[in-house]
Ligand binder design. Structure first.
Ligand code: C2E
Ligand code: MG
Ligand code: MG
Ligand code: MG
Length: 289
């Protein structure tokens, strides 16, 4: 009968849409319980300093393991968490968990690693953010300079004045600030010199596509590295999967790299094993490429 009301109505009632709406509804009701049921955890992906090949940090990435549905990727549930507002408690949990984990590694005598935590837009606009970060640092005992917060370009330009205040307060605490997925957002670059930033993360789409040195992506990667350095920011490439990408990044003096070529994101126990190896001496801590 929907069909009789015209094409648009028919599309609206199509079984595809129904299924996906139902799926979203189910997922969001499951997500509501994920925190209290301990279904969320973090995995950690090493970040490598290019000139030495040593691990200098990790990025904490959220995972959700539902008992029936299995592991659900963040690209599926973060947007949902953002829409429903659940991202605020989930993000707070991730921030605390990452700080406690990094502090625990240090207390076990492992080499100190910077830990980067992704923030979502809603979390960033939440007036409680600065206090949440301060509490996470105080309760975990993690030195502030070992916490990095990853923001995206879109979050920064939304409300320039309040953004500036928030960034200043975070910087005053001693945490470092990185722009994630750099190059995919708004093209206005003027904000870069106004905000107290530390690092640009070149989006993996450019890094993955820079196979031929003549391609557009290679030119973009090169330009972002130069831009970062001229603004006294450090620069990290994400999505490094192959040796030729490493060579290109080295040639253009990128500071750090992260990607499957070095390591997939690891559960905390596996990352700890890697850190244990680093303890055996500098040679063990190096990624040889
Ligand atoms: P992101 O912050 O840009 O994280 C990098 C993504 O690239 C991760 O996907 C990582 O697993 C993947 N990756 C790393 N190396 C490679 C590589 O060599 N090749 C390819 N193809 N991919 C690589 P993941 O873990 O699925 O996370 C996806 C996105 O979900 C993240 O992108 C981030 O935006 C979001 N996310 C993850 N954890 C959190 C969190 O705790 N809070 C918030 N707000 N967002 C999160
Ligand atoms: Mg990130
Ligand atoms: Mg990214
Ligand atoms: Mg991202």
């Amino acid at each position: 009968y929907a069909k009789e009301q015209g094409r648009n109505t028919f599309r609206f009632y199509s079984s595809d849409m129904h299924a996906s709406a139902l799926e979203l509804l189910t997922l969001s009701s499951y997500l509501r319980h994920a925190l209290e049921r301990d279904e969320l955890y973090l995995v950690y992906q090493p970040q490598i300093r290019l000139v030495t090949g040593e691990m200098v940090g990790v990025e904490a990435l959220l995972r959700w393991k539902h008992p029936d549905l299995g592991v659900i990727a963040p690209d599926r549930f973060i947007p949902l968490a953002e829409e429903t507002g659940l991202i605020v408690p989930i993000g707070t949990w991730a921030l605390k968990e990452a700080c406690f984990q990094a502090a625990q590694w240090i207390s076990r005598g492992l080499p100190p690693m910077r830990v980067a935590v992704n923030l979502s837009a809603k979390q960033f606009r939440n007036p409680g953010l600065v206090a949440t970060v301060r509490t996470a640092l105080e309760q975990s005992g993690l030195p502030a300079h070992l916490l990095e917060l990853e923001l995206t370009e879109g979050m920064l330009i939304e409300n320039i004045a309040s953004t500036h205040e928030t960034l200043k307060a975070l910087k005053a605490m001693g945490v470092t600030l990185a722009i994630d997925d750099f190059g995919t957002g708004y093209s206005s670059l003027s904000y870069l010199k106004h905000f107290p930033l530390d690092r640009l993360k070149i989006d993996k789409s450019f890094v993955l596509e820079m196979a031929e040195k003549s391609g557009d992506s290679a030119a973009i990667v090169q330009a972002i590295i130069a831009l970062a350095h001229s603004l006294k920011l450090t620069v990290i490439a994400e999505g490094v999967e192959r040796q030729d990408q490493v060579a290109f990044l080295k040639q253009h003096c990128c500071d750090e790299m992260q990607g499957f070529f070095f390591s997939r994101p690891l559960k905390s126990e596996a990352l700890e094993e890697l850190l244990q190896k680093c303890m055996q001496g500098p040679d063990f801590c190096l990624f040889n490429y």
